[in-house]
Design a protein around this ligand. Structure first.
Ligand code: OXD
Ligand code: MN
Length: 591
C-alpha cells in the first residue's frame, strides 16, 4: 500500500483533499507532489526534467534560463476531433461541439486512467486564473503526471501556495485531471464536464490539450461559468494604446489561433506615429465583466504567453524576441549547434548544422520545415518589455472597442465598424477564417469561427450568441464593435496591407471614431474609413492597393452571407432571432 503525504499539510479544503485522494486511488501514482510555486521547486523540477530528457538546456550564455522540449511527433497541436463537451444533454453542447454523455466519458476515460500513474509521480498544481485579489479571479487545480506541464503551468498561471491561500477551505475550484498515458493518439480524449466544473484530459502533452488552465478551464469551462454568472470568457487579446497626450484606451480583439493575437498585443508602433505607445494586458484570453460604471472591464486570466514561434522576428514582433531572451521554454523549435534556437521567419538565415524539431540534422535542401509550424514559446508575462502596468490590476481595464478578425484572402475589408451592438454580435457570429497549424488537420480551409470561439465555447453556440446579445441590455456604456482583416490578398496573391506595427493605424481610426468623432462612411455591411480617415503618415502604400484593401465587393459579400446563412441553419432553433433578422436585413441591403 503506497503512502502519500497528508493533504491536510497543504490545504484546508476538505473537498480538495478528498479529490486528490480519489484521483490517487484511480491512477495509483508512486508519489504525490504538491506544488508550492517556489523558486527552489522550479530549480528542482527543472533539474529532474533535464535528467529525464524532457528538457534540453539551451546555451545559458545566450539564453539564460531557457530550455527546449521536443514533443512526441504525433502530439504537436490541439486535437479538436477528440475534444468533447460532456454536458448532461447533447443539446447543451450544441452543434459546434463534439458531445459525449457524461457517464460514458467518465467510464471510458476512467478505464484509461485506472492505474495510469503507476511508476510515475502525480503532481498537484493549485493555480489562480486572474490577478491575485481580483473579483474576476478563479481557482483551479490540475493533477498531472507531466513535469513539462508543471513547469509550463508555473509560467502560464499564478501557481502554488497563493492559490491554496485563495481557496482556503472552500470546495469551489476547477478540477482538472490530466495523464499523458503512453501518448497513443487512439487513447487521446479531452473531456469537459461543465456541470461538475471538471476536466479530464488523457493521452496528450500538448499545451492546448494538457495545460488545463488555458483552453479547457479559462475558455470552455469559464464560458459556461460566465453564462451562469453574467460575464464573458473570450478568445481575445487585450491591448492598451497610449496616445501622444498620454491617455490610454484598451481594445479586446478576438482572432482564431495563430492569426497574430500575440503580435497585435505587443506591437511596435510605426516610427512615423510619434508619441504612440502600446502595452500588453493579455495575448490570448480575456474575462470580461460589467464594471461599476456600466462599461465592460477585462482581465487577462493568464500570467504567461504560449505563443507561436515561426514568423516571430525582430521585424514582426521585436518585443516577443526580447520576451524570449531568457527564462523561456521552447517546444518543437529547431536547435543551433551552439545551443540556441531557430525557426522559419526569424529574419536570420538558418545557421549551418541545425537540428530540426525532432532533433534530426537538417539542411534547407531537405525542403522540410526545421521548426514545427506550430512550435511554441512559453514565457512569463513579466519578461514582456511592453507589459501593461495594469496587467496585474485586480480591477482589470475598461474596454473601448471589441474587434473581431480572421485570416481571409478575399472578401473581408481591412476594417469595418458595426452599426450597433447587435450588428457587432452578428459580425462576430459570422466570422470566417482559414485554418492554421494550431489545430491538427488541414491548413488554409475557410471555416466559420464565431468570435474565434468555435473550438473553445463550452456550451451551445446559439445560446452563447444569445448571451452576448443579452449583455447589451445590462451595459450602460457598451464598447463599440469592429471587424478587421490583415490578410486580404491581391489577385497576384500578395498581402494588400503591410500588417504588424502598421495595424496600429487601424486601431487608431477605431479610437478616433469612438473618442474624437472621426469620419467614416456607411456601406451595406458596416462603416468603413475613407483613405483620408486613416493616419497613413510615413506609410508607402499606393492608393489602388489601399482601395483594394478597404473595398466591399457586393458579389463577394453575397457569397459570404450565403455561407453565414448555412452556418446559421446548422445552429438551428438555438440561434437568436435577432441574428437571423440581421442576416435578412444585410442580404436585402446587398441586393
Ligand atoms: C492557442 C490556440 O494555443 O489558440 O492559443 O491554439
Ligand atoms: Mn489561442
Amino acid at each position: 500500500m503506497t503512502s502519500y503525504p497528508a493533504a491536510e499539510t497543504y490545504t484546508k479544503s476538505r473537498a480538495l483533499a478528498a479529490w486528490v485522494a480519489e484521483c490517487a486511488r484511480l491512477t495509483n501514482p508512486d508519489r504525490i507532489v504538491w506544488c508550492d510555486g517556489s523558486e527552489a521547486e522550479r530549480r528542482r523540477l527543472t533539474d529532474e526534467a533535464v535528467a529525464a530528457g524532457v528538457l534540453i538546456p539551451l546555451n545559458h550564455e545566450k539564453r539564460p534560463g531557457c530550455y527546449l522540449h521536443r514533443s512526441n511527433p504525433n502530439d504537436v497541436a490541439r486535437t479538436e476531433e477528440v475534444t468533447f463537451i460532456c454536458s448532461p444533454t447533447k443539446d447543451g453542447a450544441g452543434v459546434t461541439n463534439n458531445w459525449m454523455a457524461p457517464d460514458e466519458a467518465y467510464a471510458k476515460l476512467g478505464a484509461l486512467l485506472k492505474g495510469s500513474m503507476a511508476g510515475r509521480t502525480m503532481y498537484v498544481i493549485p493555480y489562480v486564473m486572474g490577478p491575485l485579489g481580483s473579483p474576476f479571479a478563479k481557482v483551479g487545480v490540475e493533477i498531472t503526471d507531466s513535469i513539462y506541464v508543471v513547469l509550463s503551468m508555473r509560467i502560464m498561471t499564478r501557481m502554488g501556495r497563493a492559490a491554496l491561500e485563495m481557496l482556503g477551505d472552500s470546495d469551489h475550484f476547477n478540477r482538472g485531471l490530466h495523464c499523458t498515458l503512453d501518448l497513443d493518439p487512439k487513447k487521446r480524449f479531452i473531456c469537459h464536464f461543465p456541470q461538475d466544473n471538471t476536466i479530464w484530459s488523457v493521452g496528450s502533452g500538448y499545451g492546448g490539450n494538457a495545460l488545463l488552465s488555458k483552453k479547457c478551464f479559462a475558455l470552455r469551462i469559464a464560458s459556461t461559468l460566465g453564462r451562469k454568472e453574467g460575464w464573458l470568457a473570450e478568445h481575445m487579446l487585450i491591448v492598451g494604446i497610449q496616445n501622444p497626450a498620454g491617455q490610454t484606451r484598451y481594445i479586446a480583439a478576438a482572432f482564431p489561433s495563430a492569426c497574430g493575437k500575440t503580435n497585435l498585443a505587443m506591437l511596435t508602433p510605426p516610427a512615423a506615429l510619434k508619441g504612440w505607445k502600446v502595452f500588453t494586458v493579455g495575448d490570448d484570453i480575456a474575462w470580461l465583466r460589467i464594471g461599476p460604471d456600466g462599461g465592460l472591464w477585462a482581465i487577462n486570466p493568464e500570467a504567461g504567453y504560449f505563443g507561436v514561434a515561426p514568423g516571430t522576428s525582430a521585424k514582426s514582433n521585436a518585443n516577443a524576441m526580447r520576451l524570449v531572451e531568457h527564462d523561456t521554454l521552447f517546444t518543437n523549435v529547431a536547435q543551433t549547434p551552439d545551443g540556441d534556437i531557430w525557426w522559419e521567419g526569424m529574419d536570420s538565415a538558418p545557421p549551418a548544422g541545425l537540428l530540426d524539431w525532432q532533433g534530426r540534422p537538417w539542411t534547407p535542401e531537405s525542403g522540410a520545415k526545421a521548426a514545427h509550424p506550430n512550435s511554441r514559446f512559453t514565457a512569463p508575462m513579466s519578461n514582456n518589455p511592453v507589459l501593461s502596468p495594469h496587467a496585474n490590476d485586480p480591477r482589470g481595464v475598461p474596454i473601448s472597442a471589441i474587434v473581431f478578425g480572421g485570416r481571409r484572402a478575399t472578401t473581408m475589408p481591412l476594417v469595418l465598424e458595426s452599426f450597433d451592438w447587435t450588428h457587432g454580435v452578428f459580425m462576430g457570429a459570422t466570422m470566417g477564417s482559414e485554418t492554421t497549424a494550431a489545430a491538427a488537420g488541414k491548413v488554409g480551409v475557410v471555416r466559420r469561427d464565431p468570435m474565434a470561439m468555435l473550438p473553445f465555447c463550452g456550451y451551445n453556440i446559439g445560446e452563447y450568441l444569445g448571451h452576448w446579445l443579452e449583455l447589451a441590455g445590462r451595459l450602460k456604456n457598451p464598447p463599440r464593435i469592429f471587424m478587421v482583416n490583415w490578410f486580404r490578398k491581391s489577385a497576384e496573391g500578395d498581402f494588400l496591407w503591410p500588417g504588424f506595427g502598421d495595424n496600429l493605424r487601424v486601431l487608431k481610426w477605431m479610437l478616433d471614431r469612438i473618442h474624437n468623432g472621426a469620419d467614416g462612411f456607411r456601406t451595406p455591411v458596416g462603416i468603413a474609413p475613407h483613405a483620408k480617415d486613416l493616419d497613413l503618415t510615413g506609410l508607402e502604400i499606393s492608393p489602388e492597393q489601399l482601395r483594394q484593401a478597404l473595398a466591399v465587393d457586393r458579389g463577394e459579400w453575397r457569397q459570404e452571407l450565403a455561407s453565414a446563412g448555412e452556418f446559421f441553419d446548422k445552429i438551428g432553433t438555438a440561434l437568436p432571432e435577432a441574428l437571423r433578422r440581421q442576416h435578412r436585413t444585410l442580404a436585402a441591403a446587398l441586393e
